[in-house]
Design a protein around this ligand. Structure first.
Ligand code: PBG
Length: 303
């Protein structure tokens, strides 16, 4: 193979992730080139995420670039990749997860810049983060905040929010020197903190090369999280958190489904052997459904 063409979105975070993949491929001896591709997701800053057609908003343009043979692989934040991919595309590698947590960044000019989580005005458009927060601290007020990380940091100040919520992975990758508080009461999005590489199913040469940078344990964890999500949501975007971690011979799995207002919540905390655990997601979802997750999701679909 002469050259691996790496497609990416243009945001600083996406570029960082593409370079991370490039570094790993170079270490394996491959020649590489990063090719930034424009995306619809960036151009539509006004509509909150959850009102757009959620399937593939962030991945569509890179899918097209793969299908057009403009690039050989595409790099994504896995949490932005729908659980069901276009027929001809597959995930070829998962990089090792670095940080999965959600964090709070405060506005230093706000009078409420320490302590209490209860009566803050928080800039956040994620249904999952909102619902988990409301279930713990119901007096919070949320406002929409969209755009890439830098845009959201600017809006934190200009729109007088007390705080905003980010993925810790994003802050670490961009090396943003801000103090933060880890929000342990918010269960991370399935696949949060994981970078994934996609390619065409038919491109066996590329698949063989890219498989060399796959992190198997991360792959197993996200397969569990994503099959859990896929079983539960069935085409609707519900507040679902799920995180699997391998400890010794076992997988520790934590998940939560919360109603939009935070008043209904189903939590799962499971430990099971790591061998053959990839297929556990469906079983875990069935258990969550029996515990009331199906009712929460039905209510969200009606709204
Ligand atoms: N929602 C957008 C998005 N998609 C991926 C990341 C960061 C990387 C990751 O969390 O995997 C972010 C930023 C954020 O959630 O704050």
């Amino acid at each position: 193979m002469n050259l691996i063409r790496i497609g990416t979105r243009k945001s600083p975070l996406a570029m960082w992730q593409a370079y991370a993949v490039e570094q790993k491929l170079k270490k394996q001896g491959y020649l590489t080139k990063v090719i930034p591709i424009s995306s619809h997701g960036d151009k539509n800053l006004i509509q909150p995420l959850y009102r757009m057609d959620i399937v593939g908003v962030f991945t569509k343009d890179l899918d097209i670039a793969l299908l057009n043979n403009e690039v050989d692989i595409a790099v994504h934040s896995l949490k932005d990749v729908p659980t069901i991919l276009p027929d001809s595309i597959e995930i070829t590698a998962f990089l090792e997860r670095d940080y999965e947590q959600d964090i709070l960044i405060r506005n230093s000019s706000s009078s409420k810049n320490t302590g209490n989580f209860n009566d803050l005005y928080v800039g956040c458009s994620s249904l999952r983060r909102r619902a988990f927060w409301k279930s713990q601290y119901p007096n919070v007020i949320f406002g929409d905040i969209r755009g890439n990380i830098q845009t959201r940091l600017n809006k934190l100040e200009s729109e007088n929010f007390d705080a905003t919520i980010f993925s810790l992975a994003a802050i670490k990758r961009l090396n943003i020197p801000l103090s933060y508080e880890v929000l342990d009461f918010i269960i991370p999005a399935p696949s949060q903190g994981v970078i994934a590489v996609t390619s065409l199913k038919t491109n066996t040469e590329i698949k063989k090369a890219v498989n060399k940078i796959n992190h198997k344990k991360t792959q197993i964890c996200v397969q569990i999280e994503r099959s859990f999500l896929n079983e539960l949501e069935g085409g609707c975007t519900a507040p679902v958190g799920a995180i699997a971690k391998i400890e010794g011979e076992n997988v520790h799995f934590k998940a939560g489904i919360v109603s939009l207002e935070g008043n209904d919540k189903v939590l799962l905390n499971e430990v099971f052997p790591f061998v053959n655990s990839e297929l556990h997601g469906k079983k875990l979802a069935d258990k969550a459904k029996k515990m009331g997750a199906d009712k929460i999701i039905e209510e969200i679909k009606i709204k």
